[in-house]
Design a protein around this ligand. Structure first.
Ligand code: B12
Length: 209
């Protein structure tokens, strides 16, 4: 059942979560379905942290659980070594070091043949522009989990405009707080928080280039 994994993660029951993941794989669930359940589980962790039921050590624990789940899932993601010619610059925005979601998307995009330049975490807006100039990529993917860092996302788009690159580069956002309001405020083109839909979206953008 979907709730088993969500609850095991929400309650920080590491061994139970890992066992449940292994059972789900055996039962034929896809790695992406499992990732989505993980995301829902840590969302509850985050909520409990906001409500002061959980503390920073619990956030760290949820990170540990997610990392171990990803170790189990990684071999099950399809491997496509054929490049499709589309270059993408990705990074977690300035001030923010959350990278679990970004890494999932980077791996998925690579496994779908995209050429991804991963700038890592805490990436300054200027670094995104530099990477676009150096690689000639036409898509920027920005991960943002801290509300505090949303202003820096806006700065990336402002800098693209100043550099005369705005029309050439499509910007998409992902991460816990992104929604239509954030997209409009920052001036980004798209946002997506579901991994499966995110890959479909990037494929569509690539086709339109
Ligand atoms: C794990 C975690 C941590 C870990 C991060 C480990 C790591 N290496 O990433 C640690 C413990 C280090 C951490 C630290 C902090 N955290 Co934290 N953390 C979380 C938690 C519980 C889960 C995040 C996560 O990994 N989710 C799972 C992944 C799979 O989901 P995701 O990132 O959303 O990614 C998915 C999609 O969004 C999408 N996606 C992601 N990126 C992109 C990019 C593109 C282009 C696209 C298309 C899609 C896409 O793909 C993924 C597919 O499933 C969240 C709670 C939450 N609701 O998110 C809080 C949360 C993000 N953290 C929070 C806070 C406050 C902090 C700290 C400030 C705590 C502190 N006092 O120090 C620090 C900040 C450190 C910093 N400077 O960044 C708050 C942020 C609140 C806010 N509104 O700003 C949250 C929301 C918790 C809460 N409710 O209070 N955290």
């Amino acid at each position: 059942m979907k709730e088993d994994l969500i609850n095991a993660i929400a309650n920080l029951e590491e061994e139970k979560a890992l066992q449940t993941v292994k059972e789900k794989i055996k039962a034929g669930e896809t790695p992406l379905q499992i990732v989505e359940q993980c995301r829902q589980g840590v969302e509850i962790v985050g909520k409990r942290y906001s409500e002061e039921i959980y503390f920073l050590s619990d956030l760290i624990m949820s990170e540990e659980i997610l990392r171990r789940i990803m170790e189990i899932l990684n071999p099950y993601f399809s491997k496509n070594t054929e490049q499709n010619g589309t270059k993408i610059v990705m990074g977690t925005i300035e001030g923010d070091i959350h990278d679990l979601g970004k890494n999932i998307i980077v791996n998925l995009l690579r496994s779908h043949g995209f050429d991804v330049y991963d700038l890592g975490v805490d990436v300054q807006p200027e670094e995104f522009i530099k990477a676009i100039n150096e690689t000639g990529a036409s898509i920027i993917g920005i991960s943002v989990l801290l509300t505090f860092s949303i202003n820096s996302v806006k700065k990336v788009i402002d800098l693209l405009r100043e550099a005369g690159l705005r029309e050439k580069v499509t910007v998409l956002l992902g991460g816990y707080p992104v929604n239509e309001r954030v997209r409009q405020f920052t001036g980004a083109d798209y946002f997506e928080t579901d991994a499966i839909k995110a890959i479909e979206l990037v494929k569509e953008i690539a086709l339109s280039k």
